[in-house]
Ligand binder design. Structure first.
Ligand code: M6R
Length: 607
C-alpha cells in the first residue's frame, strides 16, 4: 500500500526520494509524487502510474536538500495526478504525505470548506494539509500535533513547511513509520526498505508519537509534549536480498529461495537431544505454555492459510483444541476471551491493519498474543507479548510464497514444543525433526522439475475457471493455490475440500474447468480418489499433485506432477510448491505483471 519517504541532508533530495520510492514499489501503488524545497520554493511533482513516469517529469537538476515523497494506493478518489500525494495547503507552503485512511474526513472537510479552504483533490488526505494550515502559528510540530488530535482512522503523516528549512515532521497512528539515522542526514519512511541503502540504524515510531527532524538531530515526543527517548535498532537485511539477481521476477526467486529460507527458520531453534524446539522469543515459561488449554490463530490471506495448516497440526500432534479466524472478522466480533486461551497472530509484514487491530482488541481483553512475523520490528511483532520471527528474508513479490513456507516452519517448531510438553514421545519428536529437516531438500527436488509445471501452465492457462481440491492438512493448501492463481494470473479459482464438491461445486465441472487435486499418500488418499472419479465421470480435466511411486493416479488424472514422499503431516510444505509455480507460469504466459499484480498491495495497511 502507500509508501512514504522523507529526506533531509546534503544530497540531492529529489533523486534520493525517487530511488527511495522505487524501493517501496513492492508495496503496491498506482501513483507517486515528491515535494522538494529549494530556497523557500516548494517544488511539487506528482503523477499517476509508475515511478518512471514521475521520474520523467522531474528535472535532473532539480535542486533542494530536503523533501518528502509518496507512492499512493488509491482508497478515496480516482487514480490521477491530482489525487497523488504530496498534497498542499491553500498557501502552497505546507506539503503533506499520508498513509492510511482518515475516517472522519467528510466532517473535517465540511468545517474547512466553511472556513474557505480550497480543496483540489478527492482524497481524504488533503484535509491534513488544510488542517495543518489552520493550526499553524509559526510552529510546525504544534500544528501537526493539533491536526493529528482531530483525525480518526489510521495515519502515517509527513509534513514540511517552506518557512522551516530542513525540517520534517512525522506522526503515526496505525501506519508504520521509521526514522533512518545516517551521517549528517536523516530519513523517515514507512518501511526499512526505503532507507536500507543509506543506513542500518533505525528508530521505530509508535502510535501517537511525533518526530521533528533535521539533517543533524531528531526529537520524538508524545501528544502531551513529553519527550521520548527512543532506542536505536540495527537492521540486518542485506541489500542483495532485495535484488532479483538472475531471476526474471521476485516471485520466482522467492519460490526458489524456500530451500534456503526454511533452514533459516529452523536454525538455532532445535534441541536434537531433547527432540524439541527452543523458542526464546515466546516470552512464556514452560509452565505457562503447559497451562494453555486452547489456541486461536488469527491472520489474513496467505498467512491465514498457513494458520489453518497449523491449527490442524496443533490438534493432531499437541492435542490442543485450535481454531482459526480471519483477523478482519475477529477484530469486530467482540470475541470471548477465556483464561487458558493463547492467541497467535500470523503476519509476514507485521503491519496488516486487520491483524494489528485484532491483536490490539485481544490485548485489550487481557489475552496473551504471540506474533509469527517476518519483518523485524514491525508493529505486530513489537506489540505482541512474544513470538517467533520466521526469518524468510525480505519478501518483495506481492504474492507471498517463501513467507508461507517459513510461517509453517516456525509454527511446526512451536507445535513440536507444545506436543513434546504433552503427549509426543521422544522417538516421535526425533522423527518429526527428521522430516522437518529434510523438507528443504525435497523442495529442491520439486524445483528441479519446475519445467514440468511450466508445461502444465502453458497447457491450462487459457481456462477461465479452476478448482483447487485437497483434504485434511492439505485443504488450506488448496485454498492457497487458488489464491495464488487469482492474485497473479487473474484467473478465477475456487479452493475446496474435495469432499465438498458433491455439495455444490461439482455443478461447475465441465471439460473447460480443470480441477487441481492435491492427492498425496496420506490417510485420505482413497477418499480423494473417489472425488477425482466423480469429476472424471463428468468429463472434467484433472491435474493431480501426487506422491512419487503412485501408479493408481495415472488411470484417472489427465496430468500428474509428483512430489517426494514424506510423513503425511509434512505434505503442505511440498504440495504448495507446484501450486506456486503453476500460478507463476500461468501469469507469465498470460503476460501479467507477476510481481505487482493489479489492484494489490504487499502490505495491506488500510481496512
Ligand atoms: O503481511 P501479511 O502476512 O499480514 O499479509 C496478509 C495478506 O495480505 C497476504 O498474505 C496476501 O494475501 C498476499 N498477497 C498473498 O499472496
Amino acid at each position: 500500500m502507500c509508501g512514504i519517504i522523507g529526506y533531509c541532508g546534503s544530497r540531492n533530495a529529489a533523486q534520493l526520494l525517487l530511488s527511495g520510492l522505487k524501493q517501496l514499489e513492492y508495496r503496491g501503488y498506482d501513483s507517486a509524487g515528491i515535494a522538494v524545497v529549494h530556497k523557500s520554493n516548494l517544488q511539487l511533482y506528482k503523477k499517476a502510474g509508475k515511478i518512471e513516469i514521475l521520474r520523467a517529469i522531474v528535472p535532473d537538476i532539480l535542486e533542494g536538500h530536503w523533501g518528502i515523497g509518496h507512492t499512493r494506493w488509491a482508497s478515496h478518489g480516482k487514480v490521477n495526478d491530482i489525487n497523488a500525494h504530496p498534497h498542499t495547503d491553500c498557501t502552497g507552503k505546507i506539503a503533506i504525505c499520508h498513509n492510511g485512511i482518515i475516517e472522519n474526513y467528510t466532517s473535517l472537510k465540511k468545517r474547512l470548506d466553511s472556513e474557505n479552504h480550497r480543496f483540489i483533490s478527492q482524497t481524504d488526505s488533503e484535509v491534513i494539509a488544510h488542517l495543518t494550515e489552520s493550526f499553524y502559528e509559526g510552529n510546525l510540530v504544534t500544528a501537526v500535533k493539533s491536526t493529528a488530535s482531530l483525525l480518526e482512522g489510521t495515519y502515517g503523516i509527513l509534513a514540511i513547511h517552506v518557512d522551516h528549512p530542513n525540517q520534517i515532521v512525522g506522526v503515526r497512528n496505525g501506519s508504520p513509520m521509521i526514522i533512518g539515522l545516517a551521517d549528517k542526514e536523516m530519513l523517515i519512511a514507512s518501511d526499512v526498505s526505503a532507507v536500507r541503502a543509506h543506513t542500518k540504524q533505525v528508530i521505530y515510531l509508535e502510535d501517537s508519537e511525533i518526530v521533528s527532524m533535521n539533517s543533524n538531530a531528531y526529537e520524538v515526543s508524545n501528544m502531551r509534549n513529553q519527550p521520548i527517548n527512543k532506542k536505536i535498532e540495527v537492521i540486518s537485511w542485506k541489500l542483495q536480498e532485495v535484488e532479483k539477481g538472475s531471476y526474471p521476477h521476485y516471485m520466482l526467486k522467492e519460490i526458489h529461495e524456500q530451500t534456503e529460507s526454511i533452514p533459516r527458520a529452523l536454525s538455532g531453534r532445535i534441541d536434537e537431544q531433547q527432540a524439541t524446539a527452543v523458542l526464546g522469543g515466546l516470552n512464556m515459561s514452560d509452565t505457562e505454555l503447559l497451562s494453555v488449554k486452547r489456541i486461536t490463530i488469527t491472520a489474513a490471506g496467505t498467512s491465514f492459510y498457513a494458520a489453518r495448516v497449523i491449527a490442524y497440526l496443533l490438534e493432531t500432534l499437541a492435542r490442543i483444541p485450535t481454531t482459526t479466524e480471519l483477523s478482519s472478522e475477529l477484530r469486530y466480533r467482540n470475541p470471548v476471551v477465556e483464561q487458558g486461551t493463547l492467541y497467535i497472530a500470523v503476519s509476514q509484514s507485521g503491519e496488516t491493519i486487520d491483524t494489528l487491530m485484532a491483536v490490539r482488541e485481544l490485548q485489550r481483553k487481557g489475552a496473551p498474543v504471540l506474533a509469527i512475523s517476518n519483518v523485524v520490528g514491525a508493529s505486530i511483532a513489537r506489540e505482541a507479548h512474544g513470538g517467533i520471527y520466521i526469518h524468510s528474508g525480505p519478501e518483495i513479490a506481492v504474492a507471498s510464497t517463501k513467507a508461507f513456507a517459513n510461517q509453517l516452519a516456525a509454527m511446526y517448531l512451536f507445535t513440536l514444543k507444545m506436543a513434546r510438553m504433552r503427549h509426543m514421545t521422544w522417538p516421535e519428536g526425533k522423527k518429526f525433526l527428521k522430516h522437518l529437516l529434510n523438507i528443504s531438500n525435497q523442495i529442491e527436488e520439486i524445483l528441479n522439475n519446475a519445467d514440468k509445471i511450466e508445461q502444465l501452465a502453458r497447457k491450462y492457462c487459457k481456462a477461465k475457471n479452476f478448482l483447487f481440491l485437497g483434504r485434511g492438512i492439505n485443504f488450506p493448501v488448496a485454498l492457497e493455490g487458488a489464491l495464488k492463481l487469482k492474485e497473479v494470473a487473474y484467473i478465477h479459482a475456487e479452493g475446496y475440500s474435495s469432499a465438498e464438491i458433491k455439495h455444490g461445486p461439482i455443478a461447475l465441472i465441465n471439460p473447460q474447468t480443470p480441477s487441481i487435486f492435491l492427492v498425496p499418500d496420506d490417510y485420505l488418499y482413497n477418499k480423494i480418489l473417489s472425488s477425482m472419479k466423480e469429476v472424471k465421470a463428468r468429463n472434467g480435466s484433472i491435474i493431480a499433485i501426487s506422491t512419487e511411486g503412485d501408479t493408481q493416479i495415472s488411470h484417472i488424472a489427465d496430468d500428474i506432477f509428483q512430489i517426494p514422499k514424506t510423513e503425511q503431516n509434512f505434505y503442505p510444505f511440498l504440495t504448495v510448491v507446484p501450486l506456486q509455480l503453476f500460478a507463476y507460469y500461468c501469469a507469465l504466459e498470460l503476460k501479467c505483471d507477476v510481481d505487482r499484480p493489479r489492484n494489490l498491495a504487499k502490505s495491506v495497511t488500510v481496512e
